[in-house]
Design a protein around this ligand. Structure first.
Ligand SMILES: [Zn+2]
Length: 156
């Protein structure tokens, strides 16, 4: 199909190392193909996950510590996962989970994901109180949320 050809020719270098970008591009082009593409990427990413997991853990820990020096929330464990649809999550036991693919994101988006999950330590919801916490360090969270949605990212 023409659409597919266009897509491949516009981002040939992104197929392996920047799978995320590839998924995002795919989502924009054709919603119907979304599930297949995500599954394919998921299978091919297990090797990448093993290779990059510790890099991701280091990056995430560093960012969590940096941002939490402001918030000073208590948290349990930080886990790095190879999830298909989520960027991060925060459990009721105050454990933080992050998708290892965060290392491929632009710094601003990665920072936002960290801050978003950090704020769930205090507010495990998306109420006004929660967004007020986010906006203390990320005042333009609305535009970034929009950016994430437009690009086919799942809610955090
Ligand atoms: Zn959230």
């Amino acid at each position: 199909m023409k659409m597919k050809t266009n897509h491949q020719s516009t981002s040939p270098l992104l197929l392996k190392k920047h799978q995320l970008v590839w998924i995002i591009n795919g989502l924009k082009k054709n919603r119907f193909k979304k599930i297949r593409r995500v599954k394919k990427t998921c299978r091919s990413s297990s090797k990448d996950y093993k290779e990059k997991k510790e890099i991701a853990r280091k990056l995430v820990k560093e960012k969590v510590e940096r941002f939490n020096s402001f918030y000073a929330f208590k948290f349990g464990r930080i886990s790095i996962r190879n999830q298909r649809t989520r960027w991060g999550s925060c459990s009721s036991k105050k454990n933080l989970n992050f998708n290892y693919r965060i290392i491929y994101l632009p710094e601003r988006l990665a920072d936002y994901i960290i801050i978003h999950e950090l704020c769930h330590l205090k507010e495990l919801n998306h109420t006004k109180k929660f967004w007020a916490l986010v906006s203390k360090t990320f005042p333009d969270y609305k535009s970034i949320n929009k950016e994430l949605r437009t690009n086919g990212f799942k809610c955090l």
